[in-house]
Design a protein around this ligand. Sequence first.
Ligand code: G3I
Length: 498
Amino acid sequence: MTPNSAHRWRRPLLRTAIAALAVTSAVALVPGPSATAAGRATETVDAMAATTLGAAAAQSGRYFGAAVAGGKLSDSQYTTILNREFNSITAENEMKWDHTEPSRNNFTFGSADRIANHARSQNKQLRGHTLVWHSQLPSWVSGIRDANTLRSVMNNHINVVAGRYRGQIHSWDVVNEAFADGGSGQLRPSVFRDVLGTGFIEEAFRTARAADPAAKLCYNDYNIEDWNAAKTQGVYRLVRDFKARGVPIDCVGLQAHFGSGGAPATFQTTVANFAALGVDVQLTELDIAQASPTAYANTVRACLNVPRCTGITTWGVRDIDSWRGSENPLLFDRSGNKKQAYDAVLNVLNSGSSGSPIQVGVNYRLVAQHSGKAADITGASTSAGAVLQQWSASGGTNQQFDFLDAGGGYFRIRARHSGLVLQVSGSASGADVSQQPDTNATGQQWQVTDHGNGSVSLVNRLSGLALDVWAASAADGARISQWTYTGNANQRFQLQRS
Ligand code: G3I
C-alpha cells in the first residue's frame, strides 16, 4: 500500500469498520485527538481501532486465521482465543489424506467435520488443507505403481473430500509442497510425480475446480518466500504457465515458516510478483521463531502492501499448540496471553496503511548510511544512461528524487533534475543503475524495505537485488549499483526531505 493508494482505500476501510462495529464489539471507539469542530467527525472515525486480529484485518477486506487442532476444541482457553481473535480456520491435520481416506474408499470425516462445524457455528471462513500431498499420505497410496489406478485414486479423493465440503471452503490447498528444496526448481520426487508425471498438479486443479467451483484453488508451499530462491522461481513458472494456459488456479499459499529474523528481504517482491500473475497470495502457515514483534510487523506489512495479498493464517493459536512450540513462534504465549508480537501485528493491521516511510510527491535526498553521502546522478547529466554514484551532499537537484507509485507496492524513483527514473541494466550483481526514460518496466520498479527512522533499502523488482554502494566505499564517486541484499549500512539510505 502506498501513501497515495492509502487515500484511495481509506473510505472502504472505514465503511467496513463501521459495519463491523454494528455487528460485533470488536471495534472500539477511542477518543480522537483534540479535534477542531470541522475535523471532529473525520478524526473520531479515524481513531477507531479494531481490538482483534480478525476485525483489524477485515478493515482492508482481509482475513486473519489460525490453524486449528480438532482435539483442542474442548480446551476453553483455546476456543475463547480462537473465537475472539480469528475469522478464518484451517484444519491443521484433519483434512489431510491420512485422516480422510485411511484406506481405499473408506472415508472418515469425523475430526474434519468437527472443525468445519466449529467454523460454521462461529461464522468463520474455512480453508481446506490439503488434497494432494506426498506427506501424511497413507502407504496404500504411496505404494501404487500403476498410473491409471493412481489417477483414479487421486481424482476420487479430490472429488469426495472437496465434494463433501463443497460451498463451505474459502480456499483449498489443492496441491501442497510439490517442489523440491534446493537449487533445482523442479518437482520433488513423490508417488504422484513418479507415477503420473509432472502433469498431476494440473489434473488435481482441474478436478478440484469441478468438485467445488466456489472454492479458490491454491498451490501451497514453504521456502518460496525469497524471490531469489530456485524453489520460488519453480513455483512462479508453474503458476505463470497455468494462468497462460487457463488451468484453474486462484491463489498461491506462502507458508511463511520463518526463522528468528523473519521474512527474507525480497519477501514483498515475491508476494507482489505472484500477485501480478493474477492470483491471490495468502500467508498460510505463518510462524516466526521467537516471535520478534518487528519481524511479525514487517511480514504483515508486506502483505498489506500488496492488494492481492488477501489473508494471513498463523500455524496454531498459542505457543503450546505449535508444531515448533519450543521456538515460541506464535502470537499468544503458553498461558494464552497476548505477546508483544500480537500488539505489533494488531497495530500494523489497524494502521490503515502499511505505514510506508515513502510519501509520493516529496523530493528526497537518499543518504547512504555508511558514508553519509548522497545518491547522485553523475555529472548532473540529464541524458539517459547517466549512472548513479554517491557524492557529498550538495543541495543539487541531481541529488533529489521523488517516488512514483508503480503499482503492486512498488515505486519508481525519479531524478528531479532530469525527470528520468532509476533503472537496473540487468539482473547481474554489480550491474549499473542509471537514469532512463520512464516506461514503468520492472527494471524501474523498486520495493522499499523499511528499517525504521526513515532508513530504507531499495530492492529492484526485476533483479531482486538491492541498491548498494560499491564495496561500502566512503569515497565521492563510488558507484551505486545493485547487489544481493544484505541489509548492511551501504544498502541503507536515509530519506531526507529536500
Ligand atoms: O496425535 C498423535 C499422537 O496420538 C501420537 O502419539 C503421536 C506420535 O508421534 O503423533 C500424534 O500425531 C502427530 C500430529 O501432528 C498431531 O500432533 C503426528 O505424529 C505428527 O506427524 C503431526 O505433525 C503435523 C505435521 O504437519 C505432519 O507433517 C503437525 O501437527 C502439523 O502442524 C504439520 O503441518 C504442516 C502442514 O500441514 C504443511 N506445511 C508444514 C506444516 C508443518 O510441518
